[in-house]
Design a protein around this ligand. Structure first.
Ligand code: PRP
Length: 211
């Protein structure tokens, strides 16, 4: 039996995923050692390997087959646009992709003005404004603290994740338009899905019954 390899997006997503896997009998003791600098962890008995990666890299590892299975947010899947199968909504990490800004920007959106949009997700923003809204905008890529952009005058609006809404609230910004709901998803390499169908299908079935 060959190893099945999991790529997990570092952080909260990975922690919740490991807890879920544990509930269906998949454990990785090696991974629990917080001081370890190891990058890849093995469960010899179940012939499984696990590694943590930056979220945007997870779909890359899965598309190329360096990982058979990945767990990552829908935001990253949409942004990266990799060839893979999205097989399961894991139901946690729920949030929304939104257009946000000061209330005054509402008018600019309604009148399809040529505005600037700051975002960590340029592909999602482009798809939304160009293909869905048919509005020409200038997209400015940022790498974090996106809410700053309209406050300091870099852009009129932002496209970003909203979870509780408190970051927006505390900075005097509002959700202006909703793009799509998001949550953690399981993705599978297209070849692995065929070659390891039985094991992967069982994993999906077990997780589904847990959900
Ligand atoms: C995310 C997102 C928002 C915030 C939304 O940022 O970009 O800023 O969380 O959460 P809320 O609606 O519950 O306030 P993250 O903390 O991941 O950091 P970043 O801004 O550096 O991307």
């Amino acid at each position: 039996m060959r190893y099945l390899t999991f790529a997990l997006a570092k952080g909260r997503l990975a922690k919740t995923t490991l807890a879920m896997l544990e509930q269906i009998g998949i454990t990785c003791e090696e991974m629990k050692d917080k001081d370890s600098r190891k990058l890849i962890f093995v469960n010899e008995e179940l012939k499984l390997k696990f590694f943590l990666a930056k979220a945007p890299d997870v779909p890359t590892y899965v598309e190329y087959g360096a990982a058979d299975i990945g767990v990552v947010g829908k935001d990253t899947i949409l942004e990266e646009g990799r060839k893979l199968f999205e097989v399961l909504d894991l139901g946690f990490g729920k949030c929304r992709m939104c257009v946000a800004g000061p209330k005054s920007a509402n008018e600019l959106l309604q009148h399809h003005e040529l505005i600037r949009v700051a975002t960590k997700y340029p592909n999602i923003a482009k798809d939304y404004f160009y293909n869905k809204k048919h509005q020409t905008v200038e997209i400015i890529k940022l790498n974090g603290s996106i809410e700053l952009a309209p406050i300091v005058g870099l852009s009129e609006v932002i496209v970003d994740i909203v979870e509780t809404g408190s970051t927006l609230r505390e900075n005097g910004l509002d959700v202006l338009e909703e793009i799509c709901p998001l949550s953690a998803r399981m993705v599978v390499n297209q070849v692995s899905m065929k070659m390891e169908n039985e094991r992967i299908t069982k994993l999906i079935t077990d997780l589904r019954s847990l959900l």
